[in-house]
Design a protein around this ligand. Structure first.
Ligand code: XIL
Length: 467
């Protein structure tokens, strides 16, 4: 191919991709379908506005087509489910469970014992240990019992560790009245009601190192103790509300730190889940295109943990569109993967491409995980299988590179294939049409790329190296 053609191709690809990378991909390929193939759960909350019918139709359309796990932003919390003592309200939660069942999604329950969003009447019993034990037990028995077999996993305890020096969060009504054993009891009660539900401890700032001075280090010691004492804990949820690295000088969290925690938990047969991911920028700053691309890379790095660590299976984002995000209250902005107009952002593209191109190393299927299967029963939703499935193109297309030529075989006769070259972050590099089964790559710089070939309704995505 002559240089002029390559340049024309580049212009064409830029024009094509300008409207969003997703346009270049088959319409039936979604985060959800790719997550299913990779044996992981990918999800987003249903925002509180959804429950009142206050969101545009394409919100729900996007939600059910892109995600295979769902959690309620506020509607299964204590104040929502037991607003008055002994009077339970399951209406909104039931609405979400129905939605999940209709759309084959797994349901996450959030959250049973938390210091926040506790109704006022609980505080009437402040420091009355016996009464608070009864209140918490009754709440857990009723709520978990109501959704038994329908909610596959629960955040049994949320945010019980202090944010400053690692120690228990002493200001919590549960901690003050009962002591730290409220945690052990909560797990035992939840397990007794629904032995098939996966039970998690959930918290934030767990991506800041696994050492005794960090929250994750303190937590790890507790998990060791719980496991040793037979407390039924099956997972740690890392909320992962993080800030984009360059806008916060104090930012010390990293995907690598969270991966270390996953590896430590694996030794204890405990899973790691990312449960509330958002990667915000400071409010008020101007967020550029390259900022959004870097944000996409961070989303991808956190996804890598879920794809690669055998005891990690869930990637849940705390919102769909930046328009309905809780981040404003945290003095952050633009932390999600769809913009204010529900258009996919570069972060969406990074996640999509990563899911498309991930190839599990041989012999490292999630089935080989040290984590036992006993905690993963889920009668309500998809069964994404116990092992990561190899990404298999559903057709006979194949491609390989020899020298500077890309060879595509298996094209339907007399047809043209569209060939897109992307970098590993999913950014378009080059796009062309391939008629005779070869594509000249002489003008492409050395490096690793992702090639996507589309031929009629079939397609193939593969990583290549150009030398
Ligand atoms: C947030 C919701 O997004 C807000 O709508 C609500 O006002 C406060 O709670 N950690 C958690 C979530 O565990 O429940 C929180 O959700 C976000 C931080």
């Amino acid at each position: 191919m002559k240089k002029t053609h390559a340049l024309a191709g580049l212009v064409l690809s830029t024009a094509l991709f300008g409207a969003g990378l997703t346009n270049a991909f088959a319409a039936d390929e979604t985060l959800r379908s790719l997550a299913d193939k990779n044996g992981i759960y990918i999800g987003a909350i249903l925002n509180s506005q959804w429950f009142g019918g206050g969101l545009p139709g394409n919100y729900e359309q996007i939600h059910k087509s892109q995600f295979n796990i769902v959690v309620a932003e506020n509607e299964m919390k204590f104040d929502a489910t037991e607003p008055q003592e002994g009077r339970f309200n399951y209406n909104n939660g039931d609405k979400m469970v129905r939605y999940a069942q209709q759309n084959g999604m797994r349901v996450r329950g959030h959250a049973l014992a938390w210091h926040s969003q506790v109704p006022g009447w609980v505080n009437n019993y402040k420091n009355d240990k016996q009464k608070l034990l009864k209140v918490l037990k009754n709440h857990i028995q009723n709520v978990v019992g109501h959704w038994k077999g329908k909610v596959a996993e629960w955040d049994v305890v949320n945010e019980a560790i202090s944010n400053n020096e690692p120690q228990w969060r002493t200001g919590s009504v549960w901690y003050q009245g009962i002591g730290p054993e409220f945690i052990d009891s909560a797990f035992v009660w939840a397990h007794a009601v629904d032995p098939d539900a996966e039970l998690c401890y959930n918290d934030y700032n767990l991506e800041q190192g696994v050492n005794p001075k960090a929250k994750a280090g303190f937590l790890l010691e507790q998990v060791k103790r719980w496991v040793k004492n037979g407390i039924p804990i099956h997972c740690v949820g890392s909320q992962t509300h993080v800030e984009d690295t360059t806008t916060d000088k104090h930012f010390i969290g990293s995907p690598d730190s969270l991966r270390s925690l996953a590896k430590e938990l694996a030794k204890l047969n405990v899973k790691l889940k990312i449960t509330e991911l958002d990667i915000g920028f400071k409010s008020g700053i101007n967020v550029s295109k390259s900022d959004l691309e870097r944000q996409g890379q961070t989303f991808r790095q956190y996804l890598d943990i879920i794809l690669e660590e055998p005891n990690a299976d869930t990637y849940l984002i705390w919102g769909v569109s930046d328009k309905w995000s809780w981040l404003g209250g945290l003095n952050r902005q633009k932390g999600l993967i769809y913009d204010d107009n529900l258009k996919p952002k570069p972060a969406f593209d990074s996640i999509l491409v990563r899911l498309q191109t991930y190839e599990p190393p041989k012999d490292s299927a999630k089935a080989d995980s040290t984590v036992k299967d006993s905690t993963t029963k889920d009668s309500t939703a998809l069964d994404p299988g116990q092992s990561i499935k190899q990404f298999n193109a559903p057709n006979s297309l194949s491609l390989h590179v020899a020298g500077r030529t890309l060879f595509v075989t298996g094209l339907a006769s007399k047809t043209t294939a569209k060939v897109d070259l992307l970098d590993l972050q999913g950014r378009p590099v080059y796009s062309t049409n391939c008629i005779n089964g070869t594509v000249d790559l002489s003008n492409i710089a050395e490096g690793l790329y992702v090639v996507r070939v589309q031929n009629g309704s079939t397609n193939l995505t593969k990583r290549i190296s150009i030398k």
